[in-house]
Design a protein. Structure first.
Length: 250
C-alpha cells in the first residue's frame, strides 16, 4: 500500500471576502507525480503557497510524513525536504548556473549563516551544486551567467537549485509555462527523470504534459476540489469535462 507523504485536511484560505481555497483535502503518495489542474483563478497557486509555508491557512491542517506543519514558515518547511518553484523564474540572473545552485545548496546546510563554517560544508555545497546541474543536463552550462541562457535553460536552473538542497518533495508551479515545444519537451523529460527519485506535486496547464507524467490528478474549480483520480478517471469524468477539460482538451 502506498505511503502518504503529504496530506491536507479541510485546508482553506480567505482574503477578505474571497475564499481562494475552500476545504481542500488531498493525499500525495510517496514516489508519485500528483498534478493539480484547473482554470485560472481556481486556487492552485494559493494551495501551493499554503503547502510551502508562504501563506498561513485560515483553516485546516497540513501534514508531512505524519507531522503537523500547519502554519510553519517557508524556511522551516524547506528544511524538512520540501522544495518549491514559481510561475515566474526565480533565479539570480547575474550569477552563473553553478553559483545559483551553490547558493541554494549552502542556504539549507546546517549553520548556513555562521561567520565561520568548516571547509567541508563548502565542499558539500559545491558537490550538491555539481550533481544538481548534471541531473538537469546543465553541466556544460555551469560557468555561464544565467541571463545568457535560454528561457528553458533558466527554468532548468531553477529546478537544479531545488535539487541542490536535496529535497524529497518538489512543489512545481507551472514548470512548462512560457516555453516553446522544444523547450517544453526537454523540461518534461527532466521531470520524468526526477520522478524516478522524488515525489512531485505539479501545477500545469498543458494537459498533454499532465496526462503524460502524472499518476494522480486533482482538478480544482473556484477554490474547491472537483475531482481527484487517475488520468483515466479524470478524462472520463463528466463534471471535469464540463468545467475544465471541455475548454479544448480531449
Amino acid at each position: 500500500m502506498a505511503e502518504t507523504l503529504l496530506e491536507t485536511v479541510g485546508l482553506s484560505r480567505q482574503f477578505g471576502g474571497l475564499a481562494a481555497v475552500q476545504d481542500v483535502s488531498l493525499s500525495v503518495e510517496r514516489g508519485r507525480v500528483h498534478a493539480i489542474v484547473g482554470p485560472n483563478g481556481a486556487g492552485k497557486t494559493t494551495l501551493i503557497n499554503l503547502l510551502s509555508g508562504e501563506l498561513r491557512p485560515s483553516a485546516g491542517t497540513v501534514r508531512y510524513k505524519g507531522r503537523d506543519i500547519t502554519s510553519w514558515p517557508a524556511h522551516r518547511v524547506a528544511h524538512l525536504g520540501i522544495g518549491r518553484s514559481y510561475q515566474k523564474t526565480n533565479i539570480f540572473r547575474d550569477y552563473t548556473a553553478f553559483e545559483n545552485c551553490w547558493l541554494a545548496a549552502q542556504a539549507l546546510l546546517p549553520g548556513a549563516f555562521h561567520m565561520l563554517r568548516p571547509a567541508r560544508k563548502y565542499r558539500q555545497a559545491q558537490d550538491r551544486a555539481v550533481k544538481a546541474l548534471e541531473m538537469c543536463g546543465l553541466a556544460d552550462r555551469a560557468d555561464r551567467r544565467a541571463a545568457e541562457l535560454s528561457y528553458g535553460e533558466q527554468r532548468q536552473i531553477e529546478i537544479a537549485m531545488l535539487l541542490a538542497a536535496e529535497p524529497e518533495l518538489l512543489l512545481l508551479d507551472e514548470p512548462l509555462a512560457g516555453m516553446g515545444p522544444e523547450e517544453s519537451t526537454a523540461v518534461l523529460a527532466l521531470l520524468k527523470r526526477l520522478a524516478a527519485g522524488h515525489t512531485l506535486v505539479m501545477i500545469e496547464h498543458d494537459m498533454d504534459a499532465v496526462f503524460a507524467i502524472a499518476q494522480c490528478i486533482t482538478v480544482m474549480v473556484n477554490g474547491r476540489v472537483l475531482a481527484t483520480g487517475s488520468p483515466g478517471d479524470i478524462r472520463a469524468n463528466a463534471q471535469v469535462q464540463e468545467a475544465y477539460l471541455g475548454e479544448g482538451v480531449s
